[in-house]
Design a protein around this ligand. Sequence first.
Ligand code: GDP
Length: 640
Amino acid sequence: MRVYQFAKQIKVSPKNLVEICEKAGIKGKTYVSGLKDDEIGLIKEYIKKSKLAGKPLIATGIETVGEIASKLGISASEIIKYLSSLDIKVSINDRMGAENIKKFCDSQGVVVEFRKTRESYLLGADIDTPQDLVSRAPVVTVMGHVDHGKTTILDFIRKSNVAAREYGQITQKIGAYKVHLKEGSIVFIDTPGHEVFTAMRARGAKLTDIAVLVIAADEGVKLQTIEAINHCKAASVPIIVAINKIDRPNANPEAVKKKLSEYGIVPEEWGGQNVFLNVSGVTGANINELLEIILLMGEMMELKANPERPGEGVVLESYLHKQKGPVINLLVQNGTVASGDFFVCGSIWGKVRAMFDENGKRIEKAGPSTPVELLGANSTPVPGDMFKVVCSEADARKMAEGRNREHDFSQEKVQKVLTLEDLQKQIMQGEVKEFNMILKTDSIGSQEAIKASIEKISQSSSEKHNVSVNCLHYGLGTVSESDILLAVCSNAIVFAYNVGIDSKAEKVAKQHGIEIKLYRLVYDLIEDIKNTVEGMTKPKEVEIMIGQALVKQVFKIGKNQAVAGCLIVDGKAVRDAKVKIVRNGSFVFEGFISSLKRFKNSVREVATNTECGIGVSGFGDFQQGDIIQIYQKVAEGTTA
Ligand code: GDP
């Protein structure tokens, strides 16, 4: 066959074919030269290769041999032949694997680019490269003391959100909402306060990127302000301070700034790390600036996610709806959740039947930092549960079952309390270099005294033993659930000086295995901490019940104080002894006897079958019929 005839057959110009002949190593041909069969073979081979070399192959790494062949426009047998020459046996429907795709492409001079897709992630390719990541909206929790204006600020932002007005008002609460601004978007968690924030952390869910600390300019720093600061610090979440109610005549933002600096929250203009803004949730003053600062901070934090991944997120709320069935309010944190996806969520599973945004609008897909209402779960998960899209229904079922078993196992596991003794052992073995604690006291005075002693211990122990004592939170009053949850997040021990434990806190502490140490004397508390970090062992003490008193009458002596008129039904009552108050078979309070009286006289001890008046520190809620159990600590092996 002549060159021009073959050119016509393969649809190229004769001039081009002459050039191809040259490049394929067949020299000296003209339009009319004849081509032998082997020369035609060489030309075909060259054309095929150069065609392939012209454009890169885009692959995910999970294609079959047949799929790669069709992408390259060649027959599958060529790939099979090549791989068998390398002793790799495959058939047309086998997945080739990224490595073999690369080998074959290299052999053909084809550049291959691997792109991850939802499927490739689902099949286990899960490492994100920097190119996979895109910026995502920051997630913000508004915190602060009660009545300082958290809800008012959140409502103002919700109502004034321009984009929301365009789409129709934000109509429903789905646990969080997304505010769209010209410069970007921000997600606000619906429930303000640090309690939910820490409860989520205790379940292993990191939700918040930035905290907005709201402080009323006319009231200043209060109990929950300090709690919020300490909870944020323990979680390393940056704080923006919004000094609210500046429209009020007695607003004093400067005083707030000064006070906050005592807690390590210092304005940038004073050389600190925190942005402060004077705002008003009522007039809306500086709320736009607040939003701009949040966006800026989010940008600086380089918050990124990979929208190509199968969706992952955290359950914000969940409930059973009469018509809709189980409803999950979910914050998608990474990847994309799409209608029809199978998922696991804690120990439940499902298939996404429908999703709605905060405007009640149905959406088919939800990317990173998107709150959604999601339908299709087989039951209601618990807030804080992690949500994850998986490959198939079978996988979803299997994983949910596995988690159910894991859950049972972890229920057993949490019974093991981290005690001061364990901690001491770990410190001695060099396994632990930090001693995390939470301190609750009855007054500022005792708090200051204990704080000063702890600082001294920490300084000397970090020099001598390389162990530091971190007090994550100093607070006043009864040990609360949020103290316990903070302890859970940070593996801390709770020290309660002269204060009680509320019943919910006690339950949560048991559930999570957190030790609460109760003290009546500052000396004992300090000694325990010192001994722990210095590894000195004390004879082990056990608590035994030495008596029980039945509450027959209650005398209120103040808003939160009362004295119980009691009969000692068993054993004895001793002043300063530890007590547990039992109502209808369950513990309602733990504390110490702060006053013990016979008639009008204070006494040290009251014996069986005697009437007396008992006051318990931090507890004023006695009810007739309560049993006061009285305990004493004794060295192990002895009796009271
Ligand atoms: P939260 O408990 O922190 O959520 O506080 P709220 O948002 O419920 O606010 C408590 C009270 O303070 C309400 O009566 C609000 O109207 C009022 N309030 C909140 N922000 C402002 C403000 O900027 N200026 C004034 N004057 N009142 C405010």
